[in-house]
Ligand binder design. Structure first.
Ligand code: TPP
Length: 690
């Protein structure tokens, strides 16, 4: 069973610090009361989940941190953001500025912490070690595990505090991430803010066991319940857990029992709580109770504690004034921060062009490798070059990955840098996000693209969006390596081409190499890129041989398509394994006197429209080929872009050859019929030429 801590210990902190804890709690309370009013006046738009009542948890827990420790936060995150920043401010001016920037963010102003892109639910203050709040309940838990992994691997001695609610404790993210943290003994302290309810559903109707802390043992860590209305009790319990984590003794779970004063959000009528229950908890208000204890213990006078309250009242007025006088972000900057800047130079582009030509010719200065070996080489070279690069995923270690793409790397780099994970896709994705935000360059393997939807929240909602939502204050340099496609009769859960799902999200690049040369150069570029990259290989290509430069270190800058075959009558645009089928179709049609140009996009995002345009202008006819389901396929999107940008040059409607809109079937003839064959592609080309 979890341990229960008794409260009402003697004070062990100096007066100045005690008064600061009181001040921080008042700052959060008054901030929240003000936000409530501003929401009512429609000055603050959107949803805000207020932290009033729970101040002792954030303030007590964060008071136990060192200056360079990190936190991850929740939709109810104003308290965490405030306490982390406040604990680091050394002057009254800096404290006021912190308060100002928080209020400005909630008001959607350019001066806010995230430049108005995150608002209440996604407030982050990365410079102060707050890796951000999330609108996805439980979404921050795997991210915290990843940030802690980064601390462990970099040996920083820093600890990560991860806040979340009792409701979040029922999510898969909670279980997966705690399992991983326990397994790897990560320096993270999980803080459950148990305010008795999710939105309206009480914990007793959401979980069989009412103390979340009891679950800690299952994940190999100690659990403890503390009075979340007592700032010192929280500080003490979290302090002990932090000390353990810092000494390398692994994670802990601290459950703080607390209560929120307001409803879940402003529109909540709170029907699920009785007035009596509210009154009982309010009688335990952490702020006046702490103030009274300070006076009782002779640490401060009544006048001194009153002065704190007045000071804060003034500060909140100033913060509100600052926010409301601040400009809103310029709409011209709507797209700013979606992607971290490109780092490729003219020299990189020129060099890639030169090596591509060299490898097309083959011969001296080149050698032959399999697609799988090209991927191994890329990872090996990057891991040697940069100690922050590491691999994690299911069976990537000794086994070498389901398709052998990491073979040999475990022997060379060991289990620290080539990490087998539990079967926990969401946490593989989320840990990659957290590790990337905390200074590492993870390559996370998801065994099949069919499994990436299990990690979609972590990759798409956290990884792809964090840079933008947090006002460009962070980068998320992670690669998700996965593979897809049909061809092995393994049916609909292991054969799909789901790239269209991933191209849909802003903030993540999508790369799909078709040759060993492309696989190697693109993977190296993906690892060096500062953006999240979905790197999708094809299971039928791993054993295909191709030419790479001899021992030459090269990258393929993103957004450069490759004309794999030149032609003049029609342009076929495709990627991944379909490049091979398209080339076969082109060869066949050449016998009929039809000259087909085949463009391999290589990167779907960013998209090389220059190469596409040059070809379309030349041929006037386009066929898009994709192994993805026809409805909503990436090629369908591309057809629309061509129509928007190049309509005047088209001599015929754009044709598309895609997978059938059926779950990929197992039986071989059915599987063959489901995806574009050489014959179907050739038929599509003839169609476009009519
Ligand atoms: C994945 C997900 N499911 C549902 C919601 C809607 N929602 C927002 S907050 C919330 C309750 C969360 O409860 P808890 O984790 O205890 O945090 P609290 O709000 O009590 O601080 C719900 C259901 C959401 N934002 N994300």
């Amino acid at each position: 069973m979890s341990k229960k801590t008794s409260t009402r210990k003697k004070f062990d902190l100096p007066k100045e610090q005690a008064l600061d804890l009181l001040q921080q709690m008042w700052e959060i309370r008054m901030f929240e009361d003000k936000v409530y009013d501003l929401l009512g006046q429609n000055v603050i738009k959107g949803a805000s989940h207020l932290y009033a009542g729970e101040e002792a948890v954030a303030v007590g827990a964060i008071a136990a941190l060192q200056d360079d420790d990190l936190i991850t936060s929740t939709h109810r995150g104003h308290g965490h953001c405030h306490a982390r920043g406040a604990a680091l401010t050394k002057t009254a001016e800096a404290r006021q500025e912190h308060y100002n920037r928080m209020m400005a963010e909630l008001c959607g102003r350019a001066t806010g912490y995230c430049g108005g892109r995150g608002g209440s639910m996604h407030i982050a203050d990365v410079e102060h070690g707050n890796l951000g709040a999330t609108g996805i309940v439980g979404g921050n838990i795997p991210v915290a595990a990843g940030a802690a992994l980064a601390q462990q691997m970099q040996n920083t001695g820093r600890v990560v505090l991860c806040f979340f609610g009792d409701g979040a404790s029922q999510t898969g993210n909670f279980h997966e991430a705690l399992n991983l943290a326990g397994l790897w003994q990560l320096p993270v302290v999980f803080i459950v803010e148990n305010n008795l309810y999710g939105m309206s559903v009480p914990l007793k109707n959401a979980a069989a066991k009412l103390d979340v802390a009891d679950r800690a043992r299952a994940y190999g860590m100690p659990g403890e319940v503390v009075d979340g209305m007592d700032v010192l009790a929280v500080r003490e319990a979290v302090g002990r857990a932090i000390e353990r984590a810092r000494k390398g003794e692994g994670p802990s779970l601290i459950e703080c029992k607390a209560y929120r004063w307001y409803g879940h959000s402003r529109s909540d009528p709170r029907k699920y709580r009785t007035k009596q229950e509210e009154a009982e908890w309010k009688a335990r208000d952490p702020i006046p109770n702490f103030a009274a204890r300070l006076v009782e213990a002779g640490i401060a006078t009544e006048a001194e504690v009153d002065e704190v309250e007045q000071k804060v009242e003034q500060a909140i007025e100033e913060a509100t004034e600052f926010a409301l006088n601040s400009p809103t972000p310029p709409v011209e900057e709507l797209e700013r921060y979606v992607y971290a800047p490109f780092k490729w130079t003219e020299e990189d582009y020129a060099r890639e062009r030169r090596l591509r030509e060299l490898c097309r010719e083959g011969g001296p200065g080149t050698r032959k490798v399999l697609y799988r070996e090209a991927l191994q080489e890329a990872a090996r070279e990057e891991m040697k070059r940069d100690p922050s690069v590491f691999i994690m995923g299911e069976d990537v270690g000794l086994y070498g990955g389901a398709y052998g793409a990491t073979k040999g790397l475990f022997d060379e780099f060991g289990g620290e840098r080539v990490r087998d994970t539990p079967i926990s896709e969401a946490t593989i994705g989320g840990a990659a996000v957290g590790a990337a935000m905390a200074g590492m360059r993870p390559i996370a393997e998801i065994m099949y693209v069919d499994f990436t939807p299990l990690a979609m929240d972590q990759i798409a909602n956290q990884g792809a969006k964090n840079r933008y939502m947090f006002g460009g204050k962070t980068i998320v340099p992670m690669v998700i390596r996965t593979e897809g496609g049909a061809g092995r009769c393994i049916a609909a859960h292991h054969s799909q081409s789901l790239e269209a799902l991933w191209t849909h999200f802003p903030g993540i690049y999508v790369v799909m190499p078709s040759t060993p040369f492309d696989a190697k150069g693109l993977l190296k570029a993906a690892i060096r890129d500062d953006n999240p990259v979905m790197f999708i290989e094809h299971k039928m290509l791993y054993g295909v041989e191709g030419v790479v430069p001899d021992g030459d270190d090269y990258v393929i800058p993103f957004g450069v398509a490759d004309v794999k075959r030149e032609g003049t009558d029609v342009t076929v645009i495709t990627y991944s394994r379909m490049v091979l089928n398209a080339l076969d179709a082109a060869e066949k049609l050449a016998e009929e006197g039809i000259s087909v140009e085949v463009i391999d996009l290589r990167t779907l995002k960013p998209l090389d429209m220059d190469t596409v345009a040059a070809s379309v202008i030349k041929t006037g006819r386009v066929v898009g080929v994709s192994e993805g389901y026809k409805t909503g396929s990436f090629i369908s999107e591309l057809a629309m872009v061509i129509q928007e940008q190049l309509f005047d040059w088209l001599d015929a409607p754009i044709a598309r050859v895609c997978a059938a809109d059926v779950p990929v079937p197992m039986s071989e003839p059915l599987e063959d019929a489901a995806i574009p064959s050489v014959e179907r592609i050739a038929a599509g080309i003839r169609e476009a030429l009519r």
